[in-house]
Design a protein around this ligand. Structure first.
Ligand code: HEC
Ligand code: HEC
Length: 327
């Protein structure tokens, strides 16, 4: 049921109605079942919020503000966001949907140690991670109105959920077993033209209607940067298999999802904000992350990520990406 929400949000534009209908005639949707042996939580919807009389009107106002920032993050363009993404571009169903990176688990499992930055993170820092990498930007300041509103929205989604149970059903994007054949750019290129280009554009740059992003770009200056979670081929394969093409998740085979991930993530995008010296050096330094990416690898005679292009962003590294030492 919840899957329909993401689709109906897109139905707002007539152009996408055509695209979604075209997409829906092909294959039946086949989604993974929520794992029975894992913790399940039903996050509340905005309709639940309005109906709930126990929530103070001021708290409701801040939750609505967080929701608004999450689904229309472009309002922070040029300040905190320097690409075409909204949080909801990758966390579909307003951050509630299983296998589409539901965001409430971050609230129930943090603070915790995170390998990506090698220290203990709280929810503000986790949100900041997606601003720095996925939005190719700079997070709102800790404790600022915008950050508090976003945290409040995340935390409210976790209403009633069990704290510090990390065995969560539908968390992240779901894994897709490694396919029999090594992922192929060429097969991915063909699959992309057949299944994805109608919305994301033949050149992967997405589409805007009246200046508003309808279909976000998959690579290039206005997409996520080389440090973002979706750059990992396994994560991208999971996202693609369980969420795309829009309106028919679960329709691609495991092999197809990996081939598409390989194709998408062999294109250039803005520099990893953790860049030092060279892409090869940075790859080695963050190998626990980049072992799953094409960054710093040679492809078609060039080393991917070997450039100083930060996209629209006028700086490389937001200050917030600093080590933390609790002494
Ligand atoms: C380009 C895609 C993309 C965009 C845009 C994006 N994220 Fe994420 N986000 C991810 C990925 C990938 C993960 C890691 C999922 C995994 O571990 O498999 C993630 C994880 C998270 C988590 C942790 C979830 C958990 O299970 O602990 C939170 C919270 C989060 N994002 C919030 C945000 C917010 C807030 C924004 C907007 C400011 C945002 N994200 C924008 C891709 C994105
Ligand atoms: C019917 C239109 C449509 C089709 C077809 C489609 N997408 Fe998407 N895709 C979207 C929309 C819309 C979003 C953003 C989600 C939202 O805003 O609800 C998205 C988001 C994404 C994202 C995360 C955000 C970003 O820009 O990186 C990726 C990756 C992605 N799609 C890959 C694919 C791939 C690969 C295919 C082909 C298998 C595909 N999509 C087919 C509409 C489509």
């Amino acid at each position: 049921m919840k899957r329909f929400l993401a689709v109906s949000m897109v139905l707002l534009s007539t152009f996408s109605v055509v695209a979604v209908q075209a997409a829906e005639t092909k294959v039946p949707v086949n989604l993974p079942e929520l794992e029975e042996d894992k913790y399940q939580h039903q996050a509340p919807t905005m309709a639940d919020l309005e109906a709930d009389e126990s929530i103070h009107s001021e708290l409701k106002r801040v939750i609505r503000r967080g929701y608004d920032l999450f689904t229309n993050t472009q309002q922070l363009r040029g300040k905190n966001v320097f690409n075409d993404m909204n949080c909801s571009s990758c966390h579909m169903g307003e951050g509630r949907m299983p296998f589409s990176g539901p965001v409430w688990p971050a609230v129930t499992t943090l603070p915790d140690y995170r390998g990506k930055n090698n220290h203990v993170n709280n929810i503000e820092e986790r949100i900041s991670g997606c601003f720095s990498f996925s939005m190719n930007g700079m997070p709102p300041e800790y404790g600022s109105d915008d950050m508090v509103a976003l945290v409040t929205y995340h935390q409210w989604l976790a209403t009633g959920a069990k704290v510090y149970d990390t065995n969560i059903a539908g968390r992240g994007y779901g894994s897709v077993p490694k396919p029999a054949k090594a992922p192929s750019y060429e097969r991915g290129e063909k699959l992309y033209a057949e299944n994805c280009a109608i919305c994301h554009g033949a050149d992967g740059q997405g589409q805007k209607v009246d200046g508003k992003v309808q279909f976000p770009p998959l690579w290039g200056d206005n997409s996520f940067n080389w440090g973002a979670g979706l750059v990992r081929l396994n994560t991208a394969a999971g996202f693609i298999k369980h969420n795309m093409p829009l309106g028919q998740p679960g329709s691609l085979s495991d092999q197809e999802a990996w081939d598409l991930a390989q194709f998408m993530n062999s294109h250039e995008r803005p520099q990893d904000p953790r860049f030092e010296k060279s892409a090869k050096h940075t790859r080695e330094k963050y190998l626990n992350f980049h072992q799953h990416t094409m960054y710093g690898k040679e492809f078609k005679g060039k080393v991917l990520g070997e450039h100083n292009n930060t996209g629209e962003k006028p700086f490389l590294k937001p200050d917030v990406l600093r080590p933390r030492i609790f002494e």
